[in-house]
Design a protein. Structure first.
Length: 126
């Protein structure tokens, strides 16, 4: 059985998707961009967007009954891979070893002109 996860601590879905879906002990967190959940506006620079992406993922993880420590797989999408080093630096503030498996992908564009997006898979209650 699946459960739909929703929280006002992260941006509302801007399309035909849920913030997260839980199936058993696995939670699939939808992609988050650097939207402020209150204003639904994109925060300004790449550093602020990276922080906001991880804060949004953390809020959805918490609403799911877990935390970023429960993330087993993280996918990061960047419109400029030159920002990859900054993602690593900021990610270390939100995640602790052992780090989740991760992919970093360069993309041509992201929703709303975002510079970075991330989605995750989390396993909780094990």
């Amino acid at each position: 059985m699946k459960s739909i996860i929703s929280t006002d601590q992260a941006p509302a879905a801007i399309g035909t998707y849920s913030q997260a879906v839980r199936v058993g002990n696995t939670v699939y967190l939808s992609g988050q961009i650097g939207l402020d959940p209150d204003s639904m506006q994109l925060v300004e620079d790449i550093e602020a967007q990276i922080h906001r992406v991880f804060a949004n993922l953390a809020a959805v993880a918490q609403a799911s009954g877990g935390s970023l420590a429960d993330v087993v797989k993280l996918n990061v999408y960047l419109t400029d891979l030159a920002h990859f080093t900054r993602v690593n630096e900021i990610m270390a503030r939100y995640f602790s070893p052992p780090y989740p498996a991760r992919a970093a992908v360069g993309v041509a564009s992201l929703p709303r002109g975002a510079l970075v997006e991330a989605d995750a898979v989390m396993v909780i209650g094990t």
